[in-house]
Design a protein around this ligand. Structure first.
Ligand code: PGA
Length: 257
C-alpha cells in the first residue's frame, strides 16, 4: 500500500445543496480525525460547488467539479468553463467518467483538450479510463486502456503530469448493475497502467496517483487498497451514505495508526 492514499467520491446527480451541505459538515468533522496520509476529496454537482467550497475552506478536503468545457468562454449552452471554475477556487476536475462517455459521447480527444484546459487553470485533472464489458470479453482491455491513456494525456509534459491523477474504473464494474472486479484483475490492470505511465513519463510516471473505482464497497475496499499500484479509491454509492463512508475511512485510518 502507498504511504499516501486518495479517497474520494463523485456525487454524480444525487445530492441537493441541502443534502450536500449536511454531508460535508459531517465529513469536515471526520477529516480532523483521519490520518494526514489520507487525502480526501468530494466532487459535488455544479450547483453546490460554491457553498461546499466555502464550507471546506478551513478543512483539508479537496473539492472537484464533475465536468468542464475546454474553451474559456463562448456559445456553449449548458456548459461550464475553466475560468468559471477557477473563480470558485476548486482543486480538481473530474474528466472522462464513463457516464460522460456513455451518455454524452465524450471521447478521449475531447478529454485531452479538457486536461490541457484544466492544467492551464491550475486544477488537478482526475482522468477516468476503463474498458467496457464488450472490450473485456474480446480481450482487448489492455489495448483500450493504453489508447485511452495515450490520447487523454497527449502533449501533456512531464512537468505538467505531476498534477494529474488517473482513475481506473472498469465500466462493467460501475453503478447499480456493476459487478465488482476481482482484486487480482485490478492488480493486473493497475500494474499494466503503471507500466504504461512509466513508458510515457519515466520516473515521473511511477508517481502519478492511480485510483481504482467501480462498486467499491465495505466488503471489498480493503482488498483493493492493499494492491501495490492502487494509490486511492474513487467511490460512488458506498461513500454517498455517510455511515458507510465513515466505516471505510475509520478502517483505512487504522492502516496508518
Ligand atoms: P460506484 O460508482 O462506486 O457506485 O460503482 C463508481 C463511479 O462511478 O465512480
Amino acid at each position: 500500500m502507498s504511504n499516501k492514499i486518495w479517497i474520494g467520491t463523485n456525487w454524480k446527480m444525487t445530492k441537493t445543496l441541502k443534502e450536500g451541505l449536511a454531508y460535508t459538515e459531517e465529513l469536515n468533522e471526520l477529516s480532523k480525525k483521519v490520518s494526514s496520509n489520507i487525502e480526501l476529496f468530494i466532487i459535488p454537482s455544479h450547483t453546490a460547488l460554491i457553498p461546499i467550497h466555502e464550507l471546506t475552506s478551513k478543512s483539508r478536503i479537496h473539492i472537484g467539479a464533475q465536468n468542464m468545457h475546454w474553451e474559456e468562454e463562448g456559445a456553449y449552452t449548458g456548459e461550464v468553463s475553466p475560468r468559471m471554475l477557477e473563480e470558485i477556487g476548486i482543486d480538481m476536475i473530474e474528466l472522462g467518467h464513463s457516464e460522460r462517455r456513455q451518455y454524452y459521447n465524450e471521447n478521449d480527444r475531447e478529454i485531452n483538450k479538457k486536461v490541457h484546459a484544466g492544467l492551464s487553470h491550475g486544477f488537478t485533472p482526475l482522468v477516468c479510463i476503463g474498458e467496457n464489458l464488450e472490450q473485456k470479453n474480446n480481450n482487448i482491455s489492455k489495448e483500450v486502456l493504453a489508447a485511452q491513456l495515450k490520447v487523454c494525456l497527449k502533449d501533456v509534459t512531464k512537468e505538467e503530469v505531476t498534477k494529474v491523477m488517473v482513475a481506473y474504473e472498469p465500466v462493467w464494474a460501475i453503478g447499480e448493475n456493476g459487478i465488482p472486479a476481482d482484486a487480482t484483475y485490478v492488480a493486473e490492470a493497475h500494474a499494466f497502467l503503471r507500466q504504461q505511465l512509466v513508458e510515457l513519463y519515466g520516473e515521473t510516471g511511477a508517481k502519478i496517483p492511480l485510483l481504482f473505482g467501480g462498486s467499491v464497497n465495505l466488503e471489498n475496499f480493503m482488498e483493493y487498497i492493499k494492491i501495490e499500484d492502487v494509490n486511492g479509491l474513487f467511490i460512488g454509492r458506498a461513500a454517498w451514505n455517510m455511515d458507510s463512508f465513515k466505516q471505510i475511512l475509520h478502517r483505512l485510518d487504522d492502516l496508518f495508526a
